[in-house]
Design a protein around this ligand. Structure first.
Ligand code: M6R
Length: 610
């Protein structure tokens, strides 16, 4: 949610901290701040709003020191403001924090703190007071941290520096991730490896409950029973270049256009292109014995899971239960013994998804996760991982992560069908070859982006937009609506076209554009019929189908409608292709409205709080 960076280096830290924060800004961008230790004295600069404001502040009042911590915030407790920005500090200690301290009020009461003793409205500040009390009692920084950590309830990653200690940084994690970068006589802390990519490729991930004391050339890790432990140092494939915008205006535009490549990369992991066979690794599950599959995820990843429900049930006849993770985890659903639970997450850090996973683990489910970040907590807590090869996704609105999730989920659905004898060699070849067409058909859609831009000129004026789809394309309608809401702030709903007549058709008039994803499949006539009902009531329809579908629709109505022609594609694969025009539509609507596309208001990329 928030971004943390820490540097114990040889050079002045402030510029490096700002650079690291820029890479983390996608995680939260309400306010930012840094603190350093210089000659044993703590210094701090903070600003509300984006990093540029902090840079201006530092330009006015430079800050020196070769060791420092930085933070970019997504507000949980307390409004976005300079006072609430991290680091929080006293004369003795400065702290940056990602996550939530649930019992901060009780802790503050325990310290006898009144609201007037607090500088901010945050939950984080209590940590600073707890530490200061210990330090005032003569405890060392490490002893102080060891004594306060068991008192904190919630999920958090912390990074702390102390006055009088020019070469000591302490980090801790419970729930929220924290990575340590090991450099040449330099040590780094980051809430993800992306922030550390320009400095080092050698990364050590703390386990849940670990804390670490670091100097420029040494790290010592303790587990939650205060035992010194070794954690492996792994090489990350991320580099400083992984996070550029290239020639694109925004990360989101770049990421939409990367889809042919990243889907191609993802397919290479799960199919053999020459033999046209599936090559999903052995997941250690005999699906012949599985009575039900459970899928859980949030937001866009949930919609990917919803498409998979259609695929798995159709191809394998194994029932699939799916729920958004925030509902699933508290619903405490009964589960079949030894079932399979699938979790979908780009970041691999979404708290709701992680907790749903942990619930399923306790229910003895086999955990399969589809994640983009291999080193993430969800990946590490899973029995089997199927990675999407989307590369770093920086735009808050998920695009290439979604289509690569769908790609993996379709390969998985087909592989389950194959394992249980419901997919013969001929069909396998047919579907694999359809999947292999995706990179080029998506490129064809991207080449027509200007047509979508022209359609967006109209849609961007609307206050409300309806997205319709049926069957396996119904989740694409919901994803299209989510994309539009997220980045253009236009209210939108995704609806199953067949449900229109049960209520929402009452909304139809010429001010509500209707975006219909309507591949020419077995449900085409039904969906087209529903669309006609909307046209007959004055609805302004944007009809997305292939050339045959559009020709059929033209014959069905004399009223004109906007159209976008999508290449012909196998019906099972269609949702992946039809995702792209709705992404582009949302993108251009936001572009026309001039919103902050990569960092839409109130959102953050990775939601590591409940
Ligand atoms: O990292 P995850 O895939 O677990 O994130 C889940 C959702 O928070 C995410 O998909 C969110 O809905 C996106 N901003 C949608 O564009």
């Amino acid at each position: 949610m928030c971004g943390i960076i820490g540097i114990i280096g040889k050079n002045q830290a402030s510029e490096l901290l700002i650079d690291g924060l820029r890479r983390l800004e996608y995680r939260g961008y309400d306010s930012t701040g840094i603190a350093t230790v210089d000659d044993g004295i703590l210094n701090r600069r903070r600003a509300s709003g984006k990093i540029i404001n902090l840079e201006k502040e530092i330009l006015k009042k430079p800050i020196s020191g070769t060791m420092g911590i930085g933070h970019t915030r997504w507000a949980t407790h307390g409004v976005p403001s300079e006072n609430n920005a991290h680091p929080h500090m006293t004369e003795k200690v400065a702290v940056v924090h990602n996550g939530i301290i649930e019992n901060y009020r009780e802790l503050a009461d325990g310290l006898g703190l009144k609201p007037s003793d607090m500088e901010s409205e945050t939950d984080t500040e209590v940590i600073v007071h707890l530490l200061t009390q210990k330090l005032n009692d003569g405890k060392t920084p490490l002893q102080s941290v060891q004594e306060i950590l068991p008192q904190l309830k919630g999920a958090f990653a912390l990074c702390m520096i102390f006055s009088g200690h020019n070469n000591t940084m302490i980090g801790a994690r419970v729930g929220s991730p924290l990575a340590i970068g090991v450099g040449d006589g330099e040590t780094y802390f980051g809430s993800d490896a992306l922030a550390l990519a320009p400095y080092t490729q050698d990364i050590c991930y703390l386990n849940d409950g670990d804390y670490v004391i670091a100097t420029d050339d040494n790290i010592k890790i303790y587990d939650n029973s205060d035992k010194v432990v070794e954690r492996p140092i792994v090489k990350t494939s991320l580099s400083g270049d992984s996070v550029g915008r290239g020639n694109y205006e925004t990360f989101m535009e770049k990421e939409i256009h990367e889809q042919p490549t990243v889907i191609g990369d993802t397919l290479t992991s799960y199919i053999h292109p020459a033999k046209q066979t599936l090559t999903i690794p052995d997941l250690g599950v005999d699906f012949n014995k599985i009575e039900k599959i459970t899928i859980s995820a949030c937001g866009t990843a949930y919609y990917a899971g919803l498409v998979a429900k259609y695929w798995i049930e159709k191809l394998t006849r194994i029932p699939v239960e799916i729920d958004v993770a925030s509902e699933f985890r508290y619903r405490e659903p009964p589960m079949f013994k030894n079932g399979v639970a699938i979790f979908v997450s780009q970041s691999g850090e979404t708290m709701d998804t992680l907790e749903a996973l942990r619930y399923c683990k306790k229910q003895n489910q086999k955990i399969i996760s589809i994640v983009n970040v291999l080193e993430s907590t969800i990946a590490r807590e899973s029995d089997a991982i199927l990675q999407t090869q989307a590369g770093p996704e920086i735009g808050v609105a998920s695009t290439k992560a979604f289509t690569t999730q769908l790609t993996v989920l379709l390969c998985l659905s087909l592989s389950i069908a194959k394992q249980i004898g419901k997919l013969d060699k001929k069909l396998e070849k047919e579907f694999v070859s359809a999947l292999l067409e995706l990179p080029s058909t998506i490129s064809q859609v991207l080449a027509e982006a200007d047509n979508i831009k022209a359609i967006a000129e109209n849609v961007a004026k609307a206050k409300d937009v309806l997205f319709l789809g049926r069957g396996v394309n119904y989740p694409i309608a919901m994803e299209g609506a989510l994309k539009l809401k997220e980045i253009s702030y236009i209210h939108a709903e995704g609806y199953p076209a067949g449900e229109m007549k049960h209520g929402p058709i009452a909304l139809i008039d010429d001010s509500v554009p209707i975006i219909a994803s309507c591949p020419n499949d077995e449900l085409f006539d039904k969906t087209a019929g529903n669309i006609q009902e909307a046209i007959a009531r004055g609805g302004r329809v944007v009809f997305m189908s292939d050339s045959d579908g559009i020709a059929k629709m033209r014959k069905m109505t004399s009223t004109s409608f906007a159209e976008f022609c999508v290449p012909k594609i196998n019906h099972l694969v269609a949702p992946i292709l039809y995702s792209v025009p709705v992404q582009l539509l949302a993108y251009y609507c936001a572009f026309i409205k001039g919103t902050d596309i990569d960092q839409p208001r109130n959102l953050a990329k990775s939601v590591t709080v409940e």
